[in-house]
Design a protein around this ligand. Structure first.
Ligand code: ASN
Ligand code: ZN
Ligand code: CA
Length: 325
């Protein structure tokens, strides 16, 4: 587990170093092909040097014989269309930014990530993860990191980092629910169910309905996410400490969103999603859980009326995770 983690950290640091070189390429390509979230997919062929990756699919080009390529392409399109149709947002930067994806990154790489400019997907080792393009909510999670960077720019550590993670889970799950036309009480509220532990059934990487209960097995132990403030996990702001537990404490705001969505009922993207999206756009980069809770309460009042059922549901949801507005 720690070996896998170290390999993941190494490859992510390598990626960060390559960012400068890649940026030059991207700006030239961007000039040649401006547009409304036009998609480009590259194949890393198990390498971890992004500039060496082969261009394998473009917006107007034919499908690939490689389903990882096609899944990334379709997932980007679905997420782009969700942001456009539900929130009238034009791609990651709301200015039609190109959507660049890299598949088959590294050898048995157990992760996917947004590196500040593009989305990158590993193949997984087949035990912890399968090919990370396999879950649409994971693709939408990574693209949403770009949206967050271009809106609140939530700093990726401690509570603001856990909020950043939670935004990616919230909109990742909403994209899946939107594509399946599911109401809040019909959705599974799971993240990564299609890619997490291919050999183990009926689990997921995270659960927004029941943080701490997404998985429990001999290989990877029990899901460590808390679902309320009294269980908040204090970790150092280091790579080993997951930047202050950003992927752990995200369970708290995830649960608040889930409770808001099921409390209001209907399609979660229509009311709860609108409140969260408008709150993301006006939040600051150092927002705490308390700050964000206050903002959602205020936005619910502006959008649906002070004292409305929608606003009361937001208040009760945060109260259940032990945040008092
Ligand atoms: N899969 C992780 C995420 O998107 C990778 C990372 O950025 N830490 O949160
Ligand atoms: Zn993330
Ligand atoms: Ca599984």
């Amino acid at each position: 587990d720690s070996e896998v983690r170290q390999a993941a950290l190494d490859t992510m640091l390598t990626t960060a170093r390559l960012r400068g070189e890649r940026a030059v390429r991207a700006s030239f390509a961007g000039m040649a092909a401006p547009g409304n979230g036009r998609r480009t997919v590259f194949d890393c062929q198990q390498g971890s040097f992004l500039p060496s990756a082969a261009l394998v699919r473009t917006e107007d080009g034919p499908a690939s014989v490689d389903e990882s390529v096609n899944r990334a392409f379709e997932g980007f399109g679905l997420t782009r269309d969700f942001y456009q149709e539900v929130f009238q947002r034009n791609s990651i930067d709301d200015r039609g930014m190109r959507l660049d994806g890299y598949v088959h990154f590294g050898m048995k790489f157990n992760n996917a990530f947004w590196d500040g400019q593009q989305m990158v997907f590993g193949d997984g080792d087949g035990k912890m993860f399968g090919d990370l393009t396999g879950s649409r909510d994971v693709i939408a999670h990574e693209l949403t990191h770009g949206v967050t960077e271009h809106t609140a720019a939530l700093e990726y550590h401690n509570q603001s980092g856990a909020l950043n993670e939670s935004m990616s889970d919230v909109f990742g799950s909403l994209v899946k629910q939107w594509s399946l036309k599911q109401k809040a009480d019909e959705a599974d509220w799971l993240i990564g169910a299609d890619v997490w532990t291919p050999g183990i059934d009926a689990d997921a990487l995270r659960s927004m309905r029941a943080p701490g209960h997404a998985y429990d097995n001999d290989l990877f132990g029990k899901d460590p996410q808390p679902d309320r403030m009294s269980k908040f996990i204090h970790l150092p702001d280091t790579e080993e400490g997951d930047s202050g537990g950003v992927h752990l404490n995200s369970g708290i705001p995830n649960k608040a969103f889930y409770l808001t969505a099921v409390g209001i009922g209907g399609f979660a993207w229509e009311v709860a999603g609108r409140i969260w999206y408008e709150s993301l756009k006006v939040s600051g980069k150092e927002a705490t859980f308390q700050d964000f809770a206050d903002t959602t309460f205020q936005k619910a009042g502006e959008l649906f009326g002070a004292g409305s059922a929608e606003q009361s549901t937001v208040l009760a949801a945060w109260q259940e995770v032990e945040i008092q507005i």
